[in-house]
Design a protein around this ligand. Structure first.
Ligand SMILES: O=C1CCCN[C@@H]1CCCn1cnc2cc(F)c(F)cc2c1=O
Ligand SMILES: [Mg+2]
Length: 511
């Protein structure tokens, strides 16, 4: 069958797999956890890349490329927490017919590939700030069930790695990057995100602190980490000996200056974002792509042509519709004309709806007679006519409206599923209603672990999607926007915890 055989609400993972295949976003391969990014999804990555690359270039970041392979010795230099990731590292052990003397890691991230160069390059404060980025692929041999775009063994990302003289300068950049990440989701993908900081439990162990943007998948009420921007502090500078001579130190001639460790950031954004967009906007007819990132923004479909239509009339319609296509292209609208023979209009409607094209423009003899086309919005199904004379101005306007309203709707849904919970008795029941929670928390790591354990239990009588084993809620972030002042003496939400609450923390089940 051409259509999707399950509804999004009844079986999200089956729905998701069918949508990405039938909308020609991605294809499976015989390499487990590795996929083909087809033009409809790869073009989204290109739009993201163009948008973000301009932003970081304006910040003085330069693109570079480091090797795909990392020696074991080099990877081990980050040993204090690489062992936590050891299970994810993919190794090359043979070259051609020869066993390698020393196996090589396929980069899972490039800190260790880059920072020995940083150590060599950075000598004086005049070498700072150093800001390099890579657009590349990385491999993480995750054992958890692979999910296309969301969790694959190889994925595309950008990884920015900067070195600064001071913590303040580094901290400023961390937040600037996070703002650009949020803008990618909100301005391009029409996906709302919550900005915040990871708790100590959830942050990258090699970081001084981790800032994050958190998405939300309404269909299952789960949070999803959307991108991260870390301040690494001086941890890596100490590991890799990245220092500058103290420019402010008063020294006598010939006296050695003290060495100061630099302050570093690293920030990454991945193709997981495409999966988030699919999950947030898709519906039971298939993909719904925001116009900003849709390879086809408007599809023109000739209608009213049947076996009674004379060849002249058919010719006339196709000529007229091709003129409309040219008009729209001239107006900068990415337009497709589907004048294929042998497919009914209805068949074509379903196909382009599956592919998520934001606007369908139907045009037949009656429309031409009225000098108008019938427009249909993919996101709402709303139908309206557009005068052919207004096409070049009206269609771009409508596409902007679609873009804005897709974000607004998704933002309203996310906001309505972010529930403030003040008492433990409400924690699991509210969680089980497909919400993420804002709770007063003590910020203690063990307390978080306890909450994760105690919230895995299902509450009697609350139907929880049997397929999704009711995993516990983990902390997603400490939202930058706190809902209200924590009143003096407010207790931590966890009844087993005797500490006072320090801040509002967003908890939820997550990907
Ligand atoms: O998350 C980012 C943004 C882009 C640059 N890297 C940082 C931290 C990455 C944290 N991380 C994440 N995953 C890893 C997986 C591994 F197999 C491994 F050896 C190391 C890591 C690892 O360091
Ligand atoms: Mg990981």
């Amino acid at each position: 069958t051409k259509g999707i055989t399950v509804t999004k609400a009844e079986d999200l993972s089956e729905w998701y797999q069918q949508v990405i295949l039938k909308a020609e976003m991605l294809e499976f391969t015989d390499v487990p956890g590795c996929y083909i990014y087809l033009p409809r999804s790869y073009m989204i990555w290109e739009e993201i890349r163009d948008f973000f690359d301009a932003k970081i270039k304006a910040m003085g970041v330069e693109n570079s490329y480091f090797p795909l392979f990392i020696t074991e010795a080099n990877l081990q230099r980050e040993k204090d927490h690489v062992e936590g990731f050891a299970a994810e590292v993919a190794w090359v052990t043979e070259g051609g017919r020869n066993k390698l003397e020393k196996k090589l890691a396929v980069r899972p991230t490039s800190e260790t590939a880059m920072y020995s160069y940083y150590s060599k390059k950075i000598r004086s404060h005049r070498d700072l700030p150093l800001k390099l980025n890579q657009w590349n692929n990385v491999v993480r041999w995750e054992f958890k069930h692979a999910v296309p775009f969301l969790r694959s063994r190889e994925f595309l990302w950008q990884e920015g790695h900067t070195a600064h003289m001071t913590e303040a300068e580094a901290g400023k950049e961390v937040l600037e990057i996070l703002d650009h990440y949020a803008a990618i989701y909100e301005e391009l993908l029409a996906v709302p995100v919550v900005k915040g900081k990871k708790t100590v439990n959830e942050q990258f162990p090699g970081a001084h602190y981790t800032t994050t943007i958190e998405g939300f998948i309404p269909a299952v009420g789960r949070g999803i980490q959307a991108a991260t921007s870390h301040c690494l502090g001086q941890h890596f500078a100490k590991m890799f000996d990245i220092t500058v001579e103290d420019p402010n130190q008063q020294v006598k001639d010939g006296e050695k200056r003290d060495k100061l460790h630099v302050w570093q950031n690293s920030w990454g954004f991945t193709t997981r974002s495409i999966g988030v967009m699919i999950l947030v906007h898709g519906d039971d007819k298939g993909l719904v792509v925001p116009p900003r990132v849709s390879n086809v923004q408007a599809v023109l479909i000739p209608v009213g042509i049947n076996n009674k239509t004379t060849p002249e009339d058919k010719e006339h319609i196709n000529n007229e519709v091709d003129k409309l296509r040219k008009t729209l292209k001239g107006a900068g609208v990415r337009t497709e004309l589907d004048d294929r023979d042998g497919y009914s209009a209805g068949y074509k409607f379903n196909e382009w709806e599956m592919k998520g094209v934001p606007l369908r423009l139907e045009c037949g003899p009656k429309d031409l007679a009225k000098e108008s086309v019938l427009a249909v919005r993919r996101d709402t199904g709303e139908k309206f006519t557009i005068a052919i004379a207004d096409l070049a101005t009206e269609v771009p306007k409508r596409l902007e409206t679609i873009q804005k309203e897709m974000l607004q709707r998704a933002s309203d849904i996310y906001a309505s599923h972010r529930k403030i919970v003040r008492e433990w008795k409400d924690f699991v029941p509210t969680l089980n209603e497909k919400n993420v929670l804002l709770v007063p928390h003590c910020a203690g790591g063990e307390c978080e672990d306890e909450i994760k354990k105690d919230s895995a239990a299902t509450v009697e009588g609350q139907e929880v999607d049997a397929r999704a084993p009711s995993m516990g809620a983990k902390s997603l972030c400490i939202p930058a926007e706190q809902p209200e002042e924590i009143k003096e003496g407010t207790k931590c939400i966890n009844p087993k915890c005797s500490q006072n609450a320090k801040e509002w923390v967003m908890f939820g089940r997550s990907y």
